[in-house]
Design a protein around this ligand. Structure first.
Ligand code: F6P
Length: 342
């Protein structure tokens, strides 16, 4: 039997605990492997913060948000962190035969570099943004879309009651998947994504068309959206208390739309609400499948691999191919949605 270390690194994401449970359950039920939890991502290997992870600890874990192991953005290749040599030392001290590293692009890149230096590691991809090219879907995305959709539904009834334009800012620094899916699901009158720069005048036109039909415009904007003609950005508006509208892109959108249309506008930034709490059923299933598939790869000593979803199959992809490729929203997919704007 083997002794396997688990870690979660980078931003948290609903479903991390379900992966941990999947790995440990399959490894203890079928193979008698032992598990150790590495605390705080790679930091636990750098600082030797590792403890036994028992079957008892993972009971009922698939529905729990966050990660019981904790997470951080500390990396072994950071200044003074000792690189692969330190990781190997810590692993040897605890008798660890292999690692399962659950994380996003940054974590998987570290896993690839460590593997190239001889560390036996298998990766599990995670991001609520769903922007990793090597897998069709990442767990956490479905939950984030669900939360954002519910927020849109709620914002619509208050917007309609007051005849206000409601702007909702969702996560997505590099890709607009959450904005696109939640926007379609919630029937948004405009969806602004990082992949498609637009002029505020265009967005204001859609808002005005909606208002002309007697509806309250609902605009979804991804945090990474950049308007075309940035010099026209205004942050000069004021909210209902007369306070200046300064802030992220959602607030800028609200200020510009209010100024261009004259429609009273409010902005809600969902932020980390999209990452907290219990994963959806879909995400629990995907995360559990990723966990058991990662255990299989470790059990077969097939290191340097990442698990991924292709269609409905969970497959293995070499970490070397999996990292560095982000999956952007194709313009055609945004255009499909844009037919319904205004
Ligand atoms: O990658 C996941 C994500 O939630 C992005 O959507 C967002 O831009 C970023 O992480 C936020 O990071 P932090 O938790 O450090 O504020």
């Amino acid at each position: 039997s083997m002794r396997i270390g688990l870690l979660t690194a980078g931003g948290d994401c609903p479903g991390l605990n379900a992966v941990i449970r999947g790995v440990v359950l399959k490894g203890t039920r079928l193979h008698d492997h032992e598990f150790m939890g590495v605390r705080g991502g790679w930091r636990g290997l750098v600082e030797d913060d590792i403890e036994l992870l028992t079957r008892h600890q993972i009971r009922g874990l698939s529905k729990q948000g966050g990660t019981i192991l904790g997470t951080s953005r500390v990396g072994p290749y950071g200044e003074g962190n000792g690189g692969a040599a330190r990781v190997k030392e810590t692993m040897a001290r605890h008798g660890l035969d292999a690692l399962v590293a659950i994380g996003g692009d940054g974590t998987l890149t570290v896993a690839r570099m460590l593997h190239e230096e001889g560390v036996p590691v298998v990766g599990v991809p995670k991001t609520i943004d769903n922007d990793l090219a090597a897998t069709d879907v990442t767990f956490g995305f479905d939950t984030a879309v669900q939360i954002a959709t519910e927020a849109i539904d709620r914002l619509r009834t208050t917007g309609d009651s007051h005849q206000r334009c409601m702007v909702v800012e969702v996560m997505g620094r590099h890709a607009g998947w959450i904005a696109l899916h939640a926007g379609i699901a919630g029937g948004a009158h405009a969806i602004l994504v990082p992949e498609v720069p637009l002029r505020w005048e265009q967005v204001a036109d859609w808002a005005q068309q909606t208002a002309d039909r007697g509806r309250a415009p609902l605009v979804v904007v991804a945090e990474g959206f950049t308007p075309e003609g940035g010099e026209e950005v205004t942050t000069g508006g004021v909210d209902g208390f007369g306070r200046p509208l300064l802030g992220g892109i959602g607030v800028q959108a609200a200020a510009n739309l209010q100024e261009l249309t004259g429609i009273e506008t409010r902005c809600t930034t969902l932020g980390h609400l999209q990452r907290g709490g219990s994963p959806s059923a879909y995400d629990r299933v995907l995360a559990t499948r990723f966990g058991t598939a990662a255990l299989d790869a470790v059990h077969e000593h097939d290191y340097g691999q990442m698990v991924a979803l292709r269609g409905t199959e969970v497959v293995r992809v070499p970490l070397a191919e999996a990292t560095m490729q982000t999956k952007a929203v194709p313009r055609e997919q945004w255009e499909e949605a844009a037919i319904l704007f205004g």
